[in-house]
Ligand binder design. Structure first.
Ligand code: NAD
Length: 490
């Protein structure tokens, strides 16, 4: 059965499908960046709301801004926005369901004006984002907007044919202001500390350069709720596609797989209304910061710890790392000794239990989250997830050993691009070239990698860190058996 609206009734056999009438649902939400995560998280919650509470105003119009989004555009258009979410439990149980909350999809590279009009339409109340850390266009060391990006320069000069999210948002908000419509909220769902504040700061930097009066209006009218999002969503594989066809007879060209755990904590701060997500388990809080910090500094940093060390060791998946006692013990020591001390109190959460649950989630043998996905875009992730923790611990004179070995491993990984057995590793990173060039100088200057100021600020000048890093990086270069070095620290 080819998955589409017409064939929905034919889908049976233990799979939950769409029980609501999708015809009259309005797209109250325009979502930019319909990757795996949006489809396992926000689109799933929105689907539940429609399924249980008939939330007619709150359908989703998917938007992709880049040529790379053509495939998802073509698949979702062919499938009338429908796709299968395959939840994989740790005990082996697999639970697929058809999700219906995405009504349609528009591709910005084909038709920028259509995207702008959709966002400027009165029915649109929220524009949400999962555009990866790189999409926010800030310099990781200074936190300031990067005006040197040629796509940003293009957008400043060409408001009617934008390429970046900032060009689109300002063009749509200008139309709304001119039409005397209320502004939409901009809801970031990316893994960035204070994601709403960052989106706001970056958009205002751009808007001020392009149209100062519009920037004043945006500052006053647009809400940017901060949120903490969580559900591990690996990249879809061919075997997921085959599984659905073999076991359920469903031909879905791009299903999504994920773990059963799901969490979304959002600040209740919206310009133009919001779905009643609290009815389906979303937590609305006045201040999301302690939750975000806990998640980024334990889960996301923990992922990077396992990913970078695991890549060098030759583990391909996160669950393979968690079958290896040295990795489990190393992760826990990092979390206990270096991440936990920098966290504030998180109301309603027992941190020991949270760390236990992270270990169990990472170990889920059905998720098979690839180490290469976790290591991708480390240059955007590590400054926020790991280097920030290291800096805070340095300032307080606390342990920095466990994070420092990971940074040294990152240098080796960026330089050699092979694991300890000589197997090639694919490096996916917007800064891959710069990382490689800096790392390759380690032989003559052991601190070359950490001298990259856009990532490390002036950390290379900190004697305690520089000395420790220098010892560790040389140890790895002399003997890439990373597990031996990890064991020595336990
Ligand atoms: P994905 O690769 O499946 O999708 C990424 C999407 O972002 C694509 O639509 C892509 O076109 C878009 N994008 C990338 N760079 C962009 C740019 N510069 N401008 C506009 N759009 C851009 O990735 P995913 O797994 O869906 O993850 C997306 C984000 O979601 C992550 O970066 C992270 O912040 C957040 N997240 C992911 C997970 C997870 O487990 N996958 C969990 C929590 C949060």
């Amino acid at each position: 059965i080819i998955l589409n609206q017409e064939n929905l009734d034919q889908i049976t056999g233990g799979i939950s499908t769409v029980g609501y009438d999708r015809k009259n649902i309005k797209s109250g939400i325009v979502h930019i960046g319909v990757g795996g995560f949006h489809r396992s998280h926000q689109a799933f919650y929105t689907h539940l709301l429609q399924e249980k509470y008939n939330a007619q105003e709150w359908g989703i119009c998917g938007v992709g801004l880049r040529e790379g989004d053509r495939k998802i555009h073509d698949v979702l258009t062919k499938q009338d926005g429908l796709y299968t979410l395959i939840v994989k439990h740790p005990n082996g149980k697999i639970e697929p369901s058809i999700i219906g909350s995405i009504g349609n999809f528009i591709l910005g590279v084909d038709n920028p004006l259509l995207v702008i009009d959709r966002m400027a339409d009165a029915a649109t109340k929220i524009v949400s984002l999962t555009i990866t850390e790189g999409g926010y266009n800030f310099n990781p060391a200074t936190g300031e907007f990067d005006f040197d990006n040629p796509a940003i320069q293009h957008d400043l000069k060409n408001p009617d044919s934008p390429k970046t999210v900032y060009g689109y948002l300002t063009a749509a908000l200008k139309k709304r202001r001119d039409a005397k419509l209320k502004a939409f909220s901009i809801m970031s769902c990316d893994n960035i500390l204070h994601n709403g504040d960052v989106a706001r700061k970056m958009l205002l930097s751009f808007a001020k350069k392009q149209d100062a009066a519009l920037a004043v209006w945006i500052e006053k009218e647009v809400c940017f709720p901060n949120s903490m999002v969580d559900r591990i969503t690996p990249v879809t594989t061919q075997s997921d596609i085959d599984y659905l066809e073999k076991n359920y007879g469903i031909k879905d060209e791009w299903p999504v797989t994920c773990e059963p755990f799901i969490q979304w904590v959002v600040e209740d701060n919206f310009s133009n209304g919001r779905p009643e997500y609290e009815k389906v388990g979303v937590q609305f809080v006045p201040d999301v910061k302690p939750y975000e910090k806990m998640k980024l500094r334990l889960l996301n940093a923990g992922h990077s710890v396992l990913g970078l060390l695991g890549a060098i060791h030759g583990h391909n998946t996160i669950n393979a790392c968690m079958e290896d006692k040295t990795f489990v013990d190393y992760l826990r020591s990092f979390m206990d000794k270096e991440a936990t001390p920098i966290l504030d109190e998180v109301k309603g959460i027992d941190l020991d239990q949270y760390k236990d649950s992270l270990e169990a989630r990472f170990a889920n043998p059905n998720i098979k989250d690839s180490v290469s996905r976790i290591c991708s875009e480390s240059s955007a992730k590590l400054p926020k997830f790991l280097i920030a923790t290291l800096e805070e611990n340095l300032a307080e004179g606390r342990s920095i050993e466990f994070a420092t070995l990971v940074i040294a491993a990152w240098c080796y990984y960026s330089d050699k691009q092979v694991d300890k057995n000589g197997q090639p590793m694919e490096i996916i990173d917007a800064m891959a070239k710069e990382l490689h060039t800096a790392a390759a100088k380690t032989g003559t200057d052991p601190l070359a990698f950490i001298k990259q100021e856009s990532l490390f600020g002036d950390l290379a000048k900190n004697e305690r860190f520089a000395d420790l890093y220098s010892v560790m990086v040389q140890k790895i270069y002399n003997d890439p058996n990373i597990k031996k070095h990890m064991k020595d620290m336990l």
